[in-house]
Design a protein. Structure first.
Length: 356
């Protein structure tokens, strides 16, 4: 039967009555009641306030940060609150069926495995079961793959806490991930209260992400209204609208919404053998030579976007669809020349590349 009323004094009193250590003390019923009330009033209430304050602190994380930055800040706060020595985040990639590294606290991302299998991994099992997992001794855990890093950092035990960021539209997927919290203590005994607090704090993080997405949708709607208003003004003045004008109008409005750092607009020659750089974003301080003509064969992604019917599909480093090409690993993609690969890796903070 579901409880409708929580009486912590009675809960504590029942526990004290059944505890063998307390029984040996010979306390009277009156003293037991006083002890239960004192624990509740002086200890439990203070602990609850501390947890509530920490939850409210997480909710106040700046939603203007990127989702990765929000998760990184939050996992640091959670680890420090729980007295942990390090923490990391892995997000489930449903396409590649992997758990991808997505930020950490006291880990160098360069030495972490970028991705681990969903199957037979601690992070994957936590998501699959929907329950937190505790690993008292990492060295004895066969599912933990890269023990060299934890050994190097002196980390010996951990718990993995699953979380879900729910989708905002039917076209999206829920984002599932785990927060992995590490301790140096060997054969650590994880307390139920620590696990429950970690789960509650992880859920608060998803509220920050949801708030961020709501604000992003508001910004997008505002941008749409400005774009539509400008286009109708031009039409009302009987002005023609070229694709270059649309690019110049739309991209600056969308830059902050979808984090565009650099963007270029090309026109294609009638024989589809050449492309001309018509406009670039940002206009000032950018890397674009407007008016420059390129052969389609100069860049593999030009050729791919022109002749993609023969190579459509999802590959390890890029995805080629009828309407666009997404290169999510510029470091290794076969569709970028060495020069463009070097540019995307050194001139942008979140390297990825899309061609429409």
């Amino acid at each position: 039967m579901t409880k409708t009323f929580f009486d912590p004094d009675q809960e504590l009193l029942d526990y004290l009555r059944e505890n063998s250590i307390v029984q040996r003390s010979g306390l009277s019923e009156i003293d037991l009641k006083r002890l239960a009330h004192g624990i509740h009033n002086d200890v439990l209430a203070g602990n609850i306030k501390t947890v509530i304050d920490q939850a409210e602190h997480i909710i106040t994380i700046d939603p203007a940060l990127t989702e990765r930055e929000i998760l990184t800040v939050a996992v640091k706060d959670i680890a420090q609150f729980l007295g942990a020595d390090a923490a990391s985040i892995r997000i489930y990639d449903a396409v590649k069926h992997q758990m991808v590294s997505y930020g950490s606290y006291r880990f160098e991302e360069s030495i972490r495995e970028h991705a681990v299998p969903y199957e037979d991994s601690i992070a994957g099992e936590a998501i699959h079961t929907g329950k937190s997992l505790t690993i008292p001794n990492i060295l004895k855990e066969p599912r933990y793959r890269n023990k060299e890093i934890t050994n190097q950092l002196g980390l010996s035990s951990m718990m993995a806490v699953p979380f879900t960021i729910h989708r905002f539209s039917p076209a999206e997927r829920d984002i599932q991930g785990t927060i992995q919290i590490y301790y140096k203590e060997v054969d650590r005994e994880f307390r139920n209260v620590d696990i429950r607090v970690a789960e509650m704090l992880a859920r608060r993080v998803t509220f920050v992400i949801a708030n961020r997405r709501i604000l992003a949708l508001e910004k997008l709607n505002d941008a749409k209204e400005r774009i539509v208003e400008t286009i109708f003004q031009k039409l009302g003045k009987r002005e023609g609208i070229r694709m270059k004008d649309v690019f110049t109008l739309i991209i600056p409005e969308l830059a902050d919404v979808i984090w565009i750092q650099s963007c270029a607009f090309f026109s294609v020659s009638p024989d589809r053998e050449q492309v001309t750089l018509e406009a670039g974003y940002p206009e000032k301080g950018g890397y674009h030579s407007v008016g420059r003509v390129f052969s389609v064969n100069d860049e593999p992604y030009f050729s791919a976007i022109m002749h993609q019917s023969s190579i459509l599909g999802e590959y390890e480093d890029e995805k080629i669809y009828p309407s666009y090409i997404l290169i999510d690993n510029p470091r290794r993609s076969r569709l970028l020349t060495e020069d463009l690969r070097r540019f995307t890796m050194t001139r942008t903070s979140t390297p990825s590349f899309m061609s429409l």
